[in-house]
Design a protein around this ligand. Structure first.
Ligand SMILES: [Zn+2]
Length: 145
């Protein structure tokens, strides 16, 4: 049951922005494991990065890249509660590991100054979800699959 004060999340402003950092990220599949809390970064809100928080469920083939990925559960995902993502899309939410922190800081340094004057929720347009529940970064979708 939702509390009475619940209000729908605001619809993000769509601001397609290049993302040179995620595709270049060097992170292994086994850096993550079942049960990990992770976030997929989506944009900026009020001077902070924001994204979708999810839980890693199990190893799963990521068909858009033909590489090992992870099946994720999004507790607020509705019909798309389960997604499969490539490891480089993921950031540990609670564990303070150097690999994820370096990426997070680089994303902050790159992105926050661009939108420093805007307070609304901004979706940088990096991810789409296929009909089969595969999360695809815009750079991984360019080969037309
Ligand atoms: Zn990590």
């Amino acid at each position: 049951m939702l509390p009475p004060s619940w209000t729908p999340p605001p619809t993000p402003a769509f601001a397609p922005t290049p993302d040179p950092l995620t595709p270049a990220r060097d992170i292994t599949h086994r850096h993550f494991g079942a049960g990990d809390q992770v976030v997929v970064l989506k944009g900026v809100s009020g001077g902070e990065l924001w994204g979708d928080a999810m839980r890693v469920v199990a190893s799963s083939w990521h068909t858009p890249t033909d590489e090992d990925g992870w099946r994720l559960r999004d507790a607020t995902g509705g019909q798309q509660s389960y997604l499969t993502a490539h490891p480089r899309y993921l950031v540990h939410l609670k564990r303070r590991c150097p690999d994820c922190l370096i990426y997070l800081r680089a994303m902050e340094d790159y992105l926050l100054p661009k939108y420093a004057s805007r307070n609304e929720l901004i979706d940088c347009g990096w991810y789409t979800t296929t009909a089969l529940g595969q999360l695809v970064h815009v750079n991984d979708a360019r080969d037309g699959r």
